[in-house]
Design a protein around this ligand. Structure first.
Ligand SMILES: [Cu+2]
Length: 789
């Protein structure tokens, strides 16, 4: 494929394609635009320069930015838009390019979906605006607010039949969650785009849908001018409200209100200047607001011994304008990744082919990247074999461990409460990704039902992955080695203070690995002089407490290991039970892999066991490996899987039931995706909650999971005791889970990879050789290298 060409949008309908360089959104998605006027200047404010962007956490203050005087006339509009003489809105939601609604009389507005669209492609901009129009017409005269508009994926059997060319193309459908304007009344709507009609409209009670970026934008706007908030600030000596910023969070549960209100909480910070790091200046109160009525409902002020806590005012910054003097650019020479013959993958629409793999890349507001139909060319059987039907990160929870109110309300479900897709960064070449990059755009919707593009939402690239294999025959120093390589499909989200990188990674031996990288900013809180941070936090700087917390991710794997019917077998490495000196185990050295089939969904709820190096094989019991005489399998390797530490019976333990286990295995059902429920905001976690069933409810059905179509939820992550090194901005910390072929192939599936002696690497060189070129001793110059043994 041609990398010099801009990436086509994921959607294949004609989308406007403004030059991303002109959107001025910076590396992170939710930074205000560089040509924005400063939001505010407080005491000690520096003269505003045109360059620096504010920390991402502040950027939810979208509406707080003064009205832009700059007109974005430099945005290139697509022809259809030029006809309407309307320009995309690149300012309302930083990182989003909001397209003007099409003229309903224009030809493309009424055009049916294109036949060439892959059934799993995300909705196009036109499909989103068409969906919104059909819903508005259906709802009229009631006014609706759109919470999401996304692809209604075809039912599995419909798609499978189409894929196998034994069924028709599935009809194209959209799924929307809508609110009656100004209320918390929720409805789920299915629109049949092929037929151009609303197919289903279902009122959903006692639930609260995802908080969109626009919803969260409410907090700062209303909190700054609320008299109770102003008073709470004045009491600690802050009178300029433009220096106070609010990170808007979902609230978990606040029993003062029920589902009649869509709640959010605001965590306040102070800044000495507009680009100052607010997380060095946390304030001692929180704000609760109604998202729909835009009312401040409560200001919860924490007093210690009856006293307020002063804001810590010492600066701790990380932006170039503050720390530029300490940069030492000459310490590091450039590293360039070159692929002189281009990349090794090909894109066919949103399907990617790479090194024997094939898969479809989708995207939605909630899960972000969705990988479907993952297949692999088996070089030994010389046939394409299915691996996974669908892969996505379907939930995560970040429970904080400080028992003192209001911190008990801090447990973010970043997928379910905010949406990984909504929070996705618009990536920049050389900034977030290095080398030859192919990007895909995300197509989302706004609360008004407009289509919004995130340019470069998904990054696809290859990386060298060290050794694939190596062996030296010590007798004659005959050496062979081959290089491994990674295909990485990634996105980065900004969830208020935190950044999460999602790296879906495939390697040449058939391995899939999800690596998460955690960076961004610690959530911080101020300390009263009488307090210590221990044992529930770390004093990362004087007077600043970063609380203990966990990050537990849920990776949903819908396996299709060599076919649709799979089972899961737990494997534990154990000593042979026979006694030392017995006839069966005379020397006592025997050990083996104890296999325990997980037969029902309750058995499929499994915990990790370090002592036995526990793993789980997803097997196809119908296909035996001819050599091993074992069913072909993919092994789940998940040894970074802390269980949720909140006590049984606690709010978090209930709401994040999925995080109690390292593994859940349940039978597949269409549209059962999200393990903490479809509606995570304000969820109680009560079992059997109508309209919000969780993986616990699915497991409680205790259906058979043997030799059938199953789904696995893999929980992994880390428990984070903050370090001073994590402040003021965290070095990225990786954590991962892996699925590896295990008796799936007859032999090493990567023997087709030419070893380095054959596929000469001319770019490697001795670091300090005078000639500087590929020196004698490289594997290119000799097949016989001195043995190092
Ligand atoms: Cu953390």
């Amino acid at each position: 494929m041609e990398m010099s060409r801009p990436a086509p949008a994921l959607a294949t309908d004609p989308d406007p394609d403004p030059d991303p360089a002109n959107t001025a959104s910076g590396c992170a998605r939710r930074r205000p635009h560089v040509d924005s006027a400063p939001a505010a200047t407080g005491s000690g404010a520096r003269p505003e320069k045109a360059t620096p962007a504010k920390p991402s956490g502040s950027s939810r203050s979208i509406s707080q930015q003064p009205t832009q005087t700059h007109t974005h006339t430099h945005i290139m509009a697509a022809p259809a838009i030029q006809q309407q003489q309307q320009l995309p809105d690149t300012t309302s939601i930083p990182g989003y390019i909001i397209l003007p609604d099409p003229d309903e009389n224009a030809p493309q507005a009424a055009a049916p979906p294109r036949a060439a669209v892959h059934p799993l492609d995300q909705l196009s901009a036109v499909e989103i605006t068409t969906t919104a129009r059909l819903i508005r017409e259906h709802a009229s005269p009631k006014q609706v607010k759109f919470n999401c508009i996304t692809l209604r994926e075809p039912k599995k059997n419909e798609y499978a039949a189409f894929r196998a060319r034994v069924g028709p193309r599935p009809e194209r459908r959209a799924f929307a969650i809508v609110l009656e304007q100004g209320t918390a009344n929720v409805a789920e709507v299915v629109v049949n785009l092929t037929q151009g009609r609303v197919e289903d409209w279902r009122a959903v009670s006692n639930v609260a849908p995802t908080l969109t970026l626009e919803d969260l934008d409410v907090m700062e706007r209303i909190a700054r001018k609320d008299p109770k908030v102003v008073e709470a600030c004045a009491e600690i000596g802050i009178t300029d409200m433009s220096t106070v910023y609010f990170d808007a969070w979902a609230i978990g549960i606040d029993r003062r209100w029920g589902f009649e209100r869509r709640l959010q909480q605001g965590l306040p910070y102070w800044r000495a200047s507009p680009n100052d790091n607010q997380y060095a200046h946390p304030l001692d109160f929180t704000v609760v607001a109604d998202t729909e009525t835009e009312e401040v409902l409560a200001v919860d002020v924490r007093r210690v011994n009856g006293e307020r806590t002063a804001v810590p005012r010492a600066p701790h910054n990380y932006l170039p304008e503050f720390v530029g003097d300490m940069y030492q650019p000459r310490r590091l020479k450039p590293i360039d990744i070159t692929q002189p013959e281009g990349v090794s993958f090909e894109m066919k629409g949103n399907e990617i082919h790479w090194a024997g793999y094939k898969m479809h890349i989708g995207f939605n507001y909630r899960e972000g990247i969705v990988l479907s139909d993952v297949r692999f060319d088996d070089p030994w059987q010389q046939r394409e074999r299915t691996l996974f039907n669908r892969i996505s990160v379907v939930e995560m929870v970040v429970p904080y461990g400080n028992p003192e109110p209001p911190h008990h309300r801090k447990h973010a479900f970043d997928v379910g409460e905010y949406g990984s897709g909504f929070m996705t960064n618009s990536l920049k070449l050389g900034c977030d990704c290095k080398g030859a990059i192919h990007y895909l755009d995300a197509v989302l919707s706004t609360n008004k039902g407009q289509a919004a593009i995130i340019k470069n939402a998904v990054c696809i690239h290859e990386e060298d992955n060290g050794l694939l294999y190596k062996h030296t025959d010590f007798r004659d120093a005959n050496v062979i080695s081959a290089r491994d390589r990674k295909l990485i499909i990634s996105q980065i989200i900004t969830a208020a203070n935190y950044e999460y990188g999602f790296y879906h990674t495939f390697t040449l031996d058939g391995t899939y690995k999800l690596e998460m990288k955690l960076t961004g900013m610690l959530n911080t809180y101020c300390m009263h002089p009488s307090e210590t941070a221990a044992p529930f936090g770390t004093e990362v700087a004087p007077g600043i407490n970063a609380h203990n917390h966990q990050h537990i991710f849920s990776l949903r794997i819908d396996p299709e290991v060599d076919g649709p019917n799979n089972s899961v077998i737990q494997s534990d490495a154990v000593p042979y039970e026979a006694e030392v000196g017995s006839a069966e185990n005379p020397y006592g050295n025997g050990f083996y892999c104890k296999k325990t089939p997980l037969r029902t969904a309750k058995e499929g709820a499994a915990v990790y066991c370090h002592e036995t190096s526990r793993a789980w094989d997803i097997v196809n019991p119908s296909h035996l490996n001819p050599s091993a005489k074992k069913p072909v399998a993919y092994k789940i390797i998940n040894n970074n899987c802390p269980a949720v530490l909140a006590k049984p019976g606690s709010t978090v333990w209930k709401r994040a039931a999925f995080a109690r286990k390292a593994l859940w295995v349940v039978p597949y059902r269409d549209y059962e995706i999200f393990p903490a429920g479809d509606y995570v905001c304000q969820s109680t976690g009560d079992e059997g909650w109508e309209n919000n069933l969780t993986v616990l409810d699915w497991a409680n059905r205790d259906e058979s999971i043997e030799n059938t179509d199953i789904v696995c939820y893999l929980q992994f992550g880390l428990t984070h005791f903050p370090r001073t090194e994590d402040f003021p901005i965290m070095p990225a910390e990786p954590v991962s889970v892996m699925l590896r072929a295990s008796n799936f192939f007859e032999k090493n599936p990567a023997l087709w990879v030419p070893p380095s002696q054959v596929k000469c690497d001319s770019s490697s060189r001795n670091a300090f050789s005078e000639a500087g070129g590929a020196a004698a001793g490289s594997c290119c110059s000799s097949k016989k290298l001195p043995s190092h043994l």
